[in-house]
Design a protein around this ligand. Structure first.
Ligand code: SAH
Ligand code: SF4
Ligand code: F3S
Length: 561
């Protein structure tokens, strides 16, 4: 019976989230489930869940900004002290770069509410886990970690309580079922609910299980300046858009991250200027689930039609208006010629020639493009709902190489998607052989509930075949990458020194324009954060080695080359 009650709550929360936008931000949905999880189950509505509690009178909730239910707020939502009072937070981060950036947004919000950060698990008052749901294996890893952390929580003395919070995509995907499965979890916050964390954490501190998994139509955290975890970092991620409307049939992201929305250009430029001018950041990576479909409509100016590349289509209605990615990246490139720019993850459909020309024209925009293909078979691509054929993808690659001659390429591929035959897979291998990528991210298919593939197709490629195909993809990628990387030998590359090599104190590393790791001997003539001209002396499929020629500015390097 309890399960059906929770399903009902799930449904109610989901229907709310569809309605919600940031304008309704104050319509907090905080589920208070009493700790022994006894939930009354007759004729329940969402309001019942909001007020269920041992000591609280049953009363109606008033959502701010609405006329719904005039009565007063329950005591735990009234005048709650959201100050962290110096409580120490330990952060654990899983998943993509968006999560790395999001945790810095979370930290910025908590820091301004008087929380402290700790790197010592044992002294933490709060543990927040930023999670990923992209594949089953990603979630398994997090469950294993949770087993360890909840065991630790159980052993804590009463006078040193610990709260555990789940943030991000797994929080959004599993919602309150997380608490159902692991009762030591105190807090669940989805990707658009981070501004609510001070309130949720205060409630958790007072013994409530709290959840906010509302997805927003316009939350971009544009007004939150992320606080860097690593003060000495020379590069930074900057989130420019959130969510995804593409609905690739295998992918959970549109369900965990919600609708696509772009952050206003002014706030992006302001953040990057601050990072570069005040925090010494030399390289920024513009981030988004679909970074090149960026569209800033905040000023309502300029009716820019979508320039879809021939052979590409979308599952959504053509969007119009606003400033596009090509214009944004030009604005960012103009902040300083000494600031290097990368971006990820783009979608192949949003690479119009005008964007490729902008990338080629600016020396400080790296000539390294991630163009995720996912498969080399047109019939698999069709089932994946990628919106292009093998031929259209190859045509795009031809254009890219024509306009940006020395471009280096990376891609994502999935092995063993529903219905993938050996012949389909051979086409993937032939695409990898034909295009030749410098970097590739290769995954075995993992079916995700809710997705189109889950509803329409059968996960019919056995696991051992998925893994065997993955192995063959890795081999094919590596053989090609080895040949490509060897072509760098004898060339001069500009690298930004990032850190000391993990293997040896006597070596440092950075990345060349093509985003390949380059290791060089350390020297007192340059340090972390400097651009150094390097001659490449050896290459493997993963890494280049070289010797330093001189410390140099980005502008001077490209003037010479
Ligand atoms: N928005 C980005 C990537 C998001 S996820 C893009 O479209 O490129 C990163 C990669 O994970 C995807 O490109 C895809 O290759 C892989 N992926 C996504 N869902 C997956 C699934 N269900 N099983 C295996 N790999 C998956
Ligand atoms: Fe997922 Fe496709 Fe969106 Fe990338 S573009 S996040 S793969 S739905
Ligand atoms: Fe994972 Fe969510 Fe990123 S599912 S890959 S953390 S957008």
């Amino acid at each position: 019976m309890r399960k059906s009650v929770l399903n009902k709550l799930n449904f109610l929360l989901n229907s709310r989230s569809l309605l919600c936008s940031n304008a309704f931000y104050s319509r907090q949905l905080s589920t208070k489930i009493n700790r022994d999880h006894k939930i009354p189950d007759d004729n329940l509505t969402l309001k019942d869940f909001l007020v269920v509690g041992k000591n609280l009178p049953k009363q109606n909730i008033k959502y701010e900004g609405t006329d719904e239910n005039e009565d007063i707020l329950p005591p735990y939502l009234q005048n709650i002290d959201i100050d962290g009072q110096g409580r120490k937070v330990y952060f654990d981060v899983y998943g993509c770069q968006m999560n790395v950036n999001d945790i810095e947004i979370v930290w910025s919000i908590l820091k301004s509410h008087n929380y402290k950060k700790t790197q010592e698990l044992m002294e933490a008052d709060v543990i927040l886990i930023m999670t990923c749901s992209i594949r089953d294996s990603a979630e398994t890893k997090i469950w294993n970690r949770l087993t360890h952390l909840t065991g630790m929580k159980r052993k804590r003395p009463k006078n040193q309580p610990l709260n555990i919070g789940i943030l991000g995509c797994m929080a959004e995907r599993l919602k309150e079922t997380l608490i159902e499965k692991e009762r030591q979890i105190d807090l669940i916050a989805g990707p658009d609910a981070y501004k609510d964390l001070p309130r949720l954490l205060s409630l958790s501190k007072n013994g409530y299980s709290t959840i906010n998994v509302l997805l927003s139509l316009d939350e971009t955290y544009a007004d939150v300046m992320p606080v860097k975890f690593d003060k000495n970092a020379v590069s930074a991620f900057v989130s420019i858009m959130r969510g995804c409307d593409n609905m690739c049939s295998y992918c959970i992201v549109p369900f965990t991250r919600g609708k696509e929305r772009s952050r206003p250009i002014d706030s992006i430029v302001k953040e990057i200027r601050t990072l570069h001018e005040e925090q010494g950041i030399k390289e920024v990576t513009l981030l988004g689930q679909n970074v090149n479909s960026y569209r800033d409509t905040s000023k309502g100016i300029k009716d820019c039609p979508t320039e879809l590349v021939t052979g590409f289509k979308t599952v959504y209605k053509t969007k119009v208006g606003g400033l596009r990615f090509g214009e944004l990246i030009e604005h960012v490139a103009n902040i300083s010629p000494e600031l290097r720019i990368r971006f990820t993850s783009p979608h192949p459909k949003d690479f119009p020639k005008s964007l490729l020309e902008v990338i080629n024209n600016y020396p400080n925009i790296c000539k390294s493009l991630h163009i995720p293909a996912q498969s080399g078979s047109s019939s698999v691509l069709e089932r994946m709902r990628r919106g292009y054929t093998r031929e259209a993808y190859l045509e795009l690659i031809r254009d890219v190489r024509k306009i940006i001659p020395n471009v280096s390429l990376s891609s994502d591929f999935i092995s063993g998607f529903c219905g993938e035959t050996e012949d389909d897979f051979q086409q993937t291998l032939s695409l990898i052989n034909q295009v030749k990528y410098n970097v590739a991210f290769l995954f075995p298919y993992s079916m995700r509930a809710k997705t189109t593939a889950y509803r329409k197709f059968t996960d019919d490629v056995p696991n051992d075949i998925k893994l065997e195909r993955l192995h063959r993809m890795v081999e094919t990628f590596r053989e090609n990458a080895q040949v490509l990387n060897e072509k760098f030998i004898g060339t001069k590359q500009l690298i930004l020194i990032e850190d000391t090599s993990k293997r040896s104190e006597k070596e440092v590393y950075g990345r060349c324009d093509g985003n390949i790791k380059v290791i060089i001997p350390s020297s007192d003539k340059f340090s972390i954060g400097d651009y150094v001209a390097v001659e490449i002396t050896s290459a493997s499929s993963q890494v280049l080695k070289g010797f330093p020629l001189e410390k140099i500015s980005l502008t001077d390097f490209y003037r010479q080359c």
